[in-house]
Ligand binder design. Structure first.
Ligand code: CNA
Length: 448
């Protein structure tokens, strides 16, 4: 690894709640990212971003505390997760936290019977507003590498992209300077060549049973939609390839044309300002889609939180798991204990099931009596035509760029970038949850 390139050095500090960052608790990875430790004077654009960030931070934190959530430290204006959460859990249970205890050991010992306990709760009809939080680990069974798994993760295989540090590939300033590393990766990640797996269909089955309040995914592979989870049940918190826009002025660009250009090793160019177009995947330092803020309503309503296949390293997403009510059961399904599940004692109602995710989810489905239905659903879905993942905006409209004569149509929250408004307007889901795709209720569906 060499030092950061010029674009990375220009990067300003970026600790927003509403922008994609890596977890503040991950000291080791923070140190490895030069963009987060170097200060430099931002240009005009940088100043605008910083101002929005500060107000976004205040607003988001106030929303969190108004909803009475636990485990979200606001001291010194910083998010806390990981050990902070464990300490709080320990304090609330009256015992002393063991901060030196190896996470895997503690998690394993606490996981016995956890899956069965949660299955029992579901069967008893106690979980009717299930929130699922997911990451790249749900798609490795579909052949898509995650970020951090040693050996196979994307971060272990980035030399070929000729970048100074792994996160540069998702750094907006780096992209601005040199889009090729991301475009090379995008060619491999573009939806189309991978199929959803059992885990995706398990989540679809939660919806089918009328139990899914919302799925929050960090994934950009679009497999949730391919397996049939409806748009209004899904928050793609880190964006997707389904739409594209100028990375600078946010003018929309036909996603299919962007894909065609990228797949042909060309650079799609904004028709308005001639900057580079990129798929609307959220990069470090960029705003999350407006739909992400459904979390302020969903998490307080949740009666079961299932966390699967994520290292909980990317903020603000990672801290979502701390915003369900303290009495709500949380089930972590992963290869390793992560986030607040890393240390003992676990919060009362926390369950951890470590191991291969697909195996675990199959066992869970069997306990619930859903396995046959899921397999049947997979068979029927796989024989149907695939839904189109790329939606072409009706027209390419001028953006709300700094140079545009029209003032930008901003949302009420200062966190949103114009590009995010498109997601917000399509995300009327806040008030209009879809019907489930089955008439079966949780209890009737569980009787078999
Ligand atoms: P990550 O940091 O790579 O973590 C993945 C987690 O899943 C790790 O804890 C793994 O141990 C675990 N895991 C992986 N495979 C399995 C398995 N078979 N069984 C059990 N556990 C498993 O990825 P995160 O999702 O936490 O990080 C968020 C990033 C990843 C987002 O910004 C995504 O855009 C990005 N990403 C997405 C994809 C995708 O869309 N499929 C692929 C790679 C990266």
């Amino acid at each position: 690894m060499t030092g950061p390139g010029p674009a990375a050095i220009k990067k300003t500090a970026q600790p927003p709640v509403t922008r994609l960052t890596r977890s503040s608790s991950s000291t080791q990875s923070r140190q490895s990212d030069p963009t987060e430790t170097q200060e430099s004077g931002p240009g005009l654009y940088g100043k605008q971003r910083k101002k929005q960030t500060d107000s976004a931070l205040a607003q988001d934190l106030s929303q969190m505390s108004v909803s009475g959530q636990d485990s979200l430290s606001t001291s010194e204006g910083k998010m806390s997760k990981g050990s902070g959460d464990s300490v709080q859990a320990a304090q609330s249970s009256g015992s002393k936290p063991d901060l030196s205890s190896p996470s895997v050991v503690s998690a394993k010992s606490s996981s016995r019977g956890g899956l069965a306990s949660v299955a029992r709760l579901v069967k008893l009809g106690r979980c009717k507003n299930v929130v699922v939080v997911a990451g790249a680990g749900i798609s490795t069974a579909s052949g898509i590498p995650d970020f951090r798994t040693p050996g196979t993760g994307l971060y272990a295989n980035l030399e070929k992209y000729n970048i100074p540090y792994p996160e540069a590939i998702f750094n907006i300033d780096y992209f601005s300077n040199d889009p090729q590393p991301f475009f090379s990766l995008a060619k491999a990640l573009y939806p189309g060549s991978h199929r959803p797996n059992y885990i995706h269909y398990f989540i679809r089955m939660l919806h089918h049973k009328g139990l899914l309040l919302r799925m929050y995914t960090q994934n950009i592979d679009g497999l949730e939609k391919v397996c049939g989870i409806p748009d209004d049940k899904l928050v793609e918190a880190h964006g997707s390839f389904a739409t594209a826009s100028c990375h600078l002025c946010y003018t929309t660009y036909p996603a299919e044309e962007a894909k065609h250009a990228i797949m042909s090793d060309n650079v799609p160019i904004c028709t308005f300002c001639a900057a580079t177009v990129k798929p609307d995947v959220v990069f470090f330092g960029e705003d999350l889609p407006q739909k992400y803020f459904l979390h302020t309503k969903d998490f307080p309503k949740a009666d079961l939180l299932i966390i699967m296949g994520t290292s909980l390293q990317i903020e603000p997403f990672a801290s979502l798991v701390n915003t369900v009510r303290s009495t709500v059961p949380r089930l972590l399904l992963n290869r390793h204990a992560v986030g607040p599940f890393e240390r003992v004692p676990l919060r009362r109602g926390d369950h951890v099931e470590l191991g291969d995710l697909e195996d675990t989810v199959r066992r869970f489905a069997e306990m619930l009596g859903w396995n046959n239905e899921i397999e049947e659903l997979m068979r029927s879905q796989e024989t149907q035509c695939l839904p189109t993942l790329i939606s072409n905006p009706p027209s390419v409209t001028p953006c709300q760029s700094r140079g545009a004569s029209e003032p930008p149509a901003r949302l009420e929250t200062s966190r949103s970038r114009p590009g995010a408004q498109r997601g917000a307007s399509s995300g009327s889901s806040e008030e209009t949850d879809s019907e489930t795709d089955s008439k079966s209720s949780a209890s009737s569906g569980l009787s078999n």
